[in-house]
Each structure stands twice: as C-alpha cells, then as structure tokens.
Design a protein around this ligand. Structure first.
Ligand code: PSV
Ligand code: MN
Length: 429
C-alpha cells in the first residue's frame, strides 16, 4: 500500500499531541466509569465504525449561480481517490468511496479497484445519474428518466442503471443508489399517478438485474430540480416503492431531502420498523438541500439519528445493514477539510449515542418520566467524545489533530503545482 501522506509527518505531529491526549482520555475514562461506562469498549466500537465519502465530494461543489474552484482540486477519479485516501489516512473512519456514474467512468474497473486498494480504499454504493444529459446521449432526461413518458428514455435510464450494477460488481460494491430528479414544475404537467406507475415499472427492470447479495437503495427528495412535484418525493413514496419492488429494495435517507424541521430520526425508526432502512447520505441543512457539512447546523439531530440507529441495532427487524455515506457540496471550503470535519461529527454522534444509558431511558419512558427520559439522552449528548475519537484514530495509524496535520502537510498547495486547473462555471453536485 502506498498512502499519499508521509507516515513521519503524522507520527511527528502525533508526538506533540500525545501527552495531552493521554491526560484527556484518562480523565474522560474516570468520568465515564463513574457512570458505569468502560471507555475502552466505547473506543473499540468507534474503531469499528466507518462512513463512506462521495467521490464527487472531493471536488469543490457549487450552486446554480456559480462554482469557485480552488487550485489543486482533483479533476478526475484518480485524483479524487488520492484525496479520499488523504482523508482516510488522517481520520481512519472513511475507508470506502461511493462513486457516481458516468462522472467516474474509466475504461478498466478492475484496475481502478486495484488503484483504490493500493490507497487503502474500497468502494461503497454506486450511484447512477439520470438527472443530467451526457454528450452524445441518444435521448434527453429533460422531462424525466425512469418515469419518462417516452419509453425510449425509460429504456435508456434502465440500461444506465444496469450498467452501474455491472461496474459496481467489478469494483466490489453491493449497493446501487438510485436518485432520480424526475418530477414536474407545473400543476397538470404530468399525471401524478401514471408517472409513479412508469417509475415503478422501470425500477422493477433495474431491480431484476440486481445480483443476489445486492440492494437497490431508493433515495427520495422533496424538491429540486422539480419544484412542483417529485416522483419519489418523501419517505412514504420511497417505502411504498421499496415494498413493491421487493426485499432487496431499501430506502436511503439523505438528511437534506426533507421539509424544514422534519423529524428525521422518526423516519429512521419507521423505516427500520418495516425492514426498509437501507442507508444514509449524511449532510446538514438550514433551508433545503443545502448539502452543508454534517453536524454544522444541527448536531443534535445527527445524535438523535444515531440514537435511533443504536436502538435499531439492538432490536433488529430483519437485517440491520445501513450504508453510511457522506453527500455534501463543499462550496467554500477545502473538500478534504470538510470531509475530515464531517467524518468526525458523524463518528462523534455514533459515539455519543453508544453512551446513552438505555436502561434508564427505557425505564423513564415506561414510567412516563419525560424529564428523566430526556436527561438520559442529554447526558450522553453533553459528553465531549473528542479524546475517544482521537485515541481510536491514532491507534489505527491516523492523526490526533486531523486538520492541523493536514494543513501541515501542505497537500493542497503541492497539488496546486501538479494538477490542471478546474474551469469556471456553475454546478450543484
Ligand atoms: C441529489 O440532490 C443527491 O442528493 C443525490 O444523492 C445525487 O446522487 C447527489 O445529490 C449528487 O448530485
Ligand atoms: Mn444524496
């Protein structure tokens, strides 16, 4: 394996932080043991936790108004993988990349898989893209893809999804994530029932091409690009579609794809209850599908989602295998820094949720002791888990101070000398 940053750089940076980490870890360990928690057991669970990064998140995103590239940004899947390897080398929680096609198209996928492996990376869910036209494409997705009125368009969208499965098999993926931008901008533009019928029929053809151990993750989104109606607009449409398609179809929750103030943790509990929780696209949002960094706006919501996930794991309804992926648009930061900060926020929420006193919580719930039930959550949420995350990282070869060490590496400045500049333009990712 040949990782992008020098091991010495990380080791030297860690030496400077080691004593403080030991002190903080020991102090937190004493505090947790008073609450009956063993810090090493929590740390070991955290060490087993991982979240995939999106290949597209390695580049700078943008809005429909503009994109402001930075020097040294990756411009192809090879450079993106290298940047994702930097993220994982420092934080050790992101060993997989979720690719997007045709954005990440190459001629030899076996080679790409080896390239990733040599960087310490594997591949997570493959994402299809029928929300954009590609140069030379026979039929346009302007008025829909899997739900299009024109059967040629639907066939093309089906074929693309099946091609993504084929690519994913070569990459070692086991999930196909399907998000369609299909919908309407005008009342009356399409029949709301018949468009769903067309989607279901086309999605069933994709589903039929899934290998036995694969899942199809249906990602819903309330609005955008369609502003009046979206075909798979919410978790209700998503679970109904997944139920109709079959066991291998599950629902994927992108945190930004709901109306403001939606109780997303309850959606997670509901999907789990019916064996349909497939995975997540983590991000944060204030207004809509803002694709902001995980935990930057509402860290409490992230914690409450993980609280439901810990409950779900303890009370399985069928297989419990949610895919954890980040889906963010890094418009104003260095994408590597955003992914480092987000991975920490996500792993931290997981760690906090592990520390909820479930016996106390359940007892308070059963006794209708509202305040004590809330306090069981609050106590865990208030714990500063940074020493646990840092200890798990450093034991796995990562950096104690991920952002500081990244800046010290001058990775972006060095890449700015080597990589070709990205063109200007608009672009939501
Ligand atoms: C759509 O907004 C989405 O969340 C889907 O996951 C896409 O694949 C991704 O963003 C990138 O555009
Ligand atoms: Mn998404």
């Amino acid at each position: 394996m040949s990782l992008p940053l020098s091991d010495e750089l990380i080791a030297e940076a860690n030496v400077r932080e080691a004593d403080a980490l030991e002190e903080d870890y020991a102090a937190l360990g004493r505090k947790l043991s008073r609450a009956g928690l063993d810090i090493d057991s929590i740390k070991n669970r955290v060490a087993g936790f991982s979240v995939a990064v999106p290949s597209w998140g390695a580049g700078r995103g943008g809005t429909r108004f503009a994109k402001f590239p930075i020097p040294g940004e990756p411009t192809n899947i090879h450079e993106k993988l290298t940047d994702c390897a930097v993220v994982n080398q420092l934080c050790r929680v992101t060993p997989r990349v979720s690719p997007h096609f045709p954005w990440d198209k190459v001629s030899d996928y076996a080679e790409l898989r080896e390239e990733a492996a040599s960087l310490g990376l594997g591949f997570d869910a493959v994402n299809s893209n029928t929300f954009q036209d590609q140069p030379g494409q026979a039929h346009s997705y302007a008025t829909g893809s899997l739900s299009a009125t024109d059967p040629h368009v639907r066939d093309q969208a089906i074929a693309h999804n099946i091609e993504c499965i084929e690519i994913g098999r070569k990459l070692g993926s086991r999930d196909l994530t399907v998000w369609v931008g299909d919908g309407t901008n005008f009342p009356g533009q399409q029949d709301l029932t018949r468009s769903l019928d067309r989607y279901l029929e086309a999605a069933a053809e994709v589903y039929a091409a899934l290998p036995d151990d694969w899942r199809m993750l249906l990602e819903h989104k309330l609005f955008e690009p369609a502003f009046y109606s979206s075909v798979i607009s919410d978790w209700g449409s998503s679970i109904l579609a997944a139920q109709e398609l079959g066991d291998k179809a599950k629902c994927l929750v992108d945190l930004g794809h709901h109306a403001p103030n939606t109780n997303i943790e309850q959606i997670v509990a509901r999907l789990h209850r019916f064996g349909k929780l497939g995975g997540f696209h983590f991000n944060d949002s204030k207004y809509g599908d803002d694709d902001l960094d995980s935990g930057s706006i509402n860290p409490h919501q992230l914690f409450l989602i993980f609280n439901e996930l810990i409950e779900a794991e303890a009370h399985p309804r069928g297989e419990f295998r949610p895919s954890y992926m980040i889906d963010q648009s890094h418009n104003v930061t260095d994408p590597i820094e955003s992914m480092l900060s987000s991975a920490e926020a996500i792993a931290g929420s997981f760690a906090k949720a592990l520390m909820v006193d479930r016996e106390a919580l359940h007892a308070a719930q059963d006794a209708n002791d509202t305040m004590m039930a809330f306090q069981a959550l609050r106590r865990a949420y208030n714990i500063d888990v940074a020493p646990i995350l840092a200890k798990a990282r450093v034991e796995a070869g990562g950096a104690i101070d991920v952002l500081g060490t990244y800046r010290e590496s001058r990775w972006r400045e060095r890449k700015a000398q080597e990589r070709k500049p990205v063109g200007l333009g608009a672009g939501i990712v």
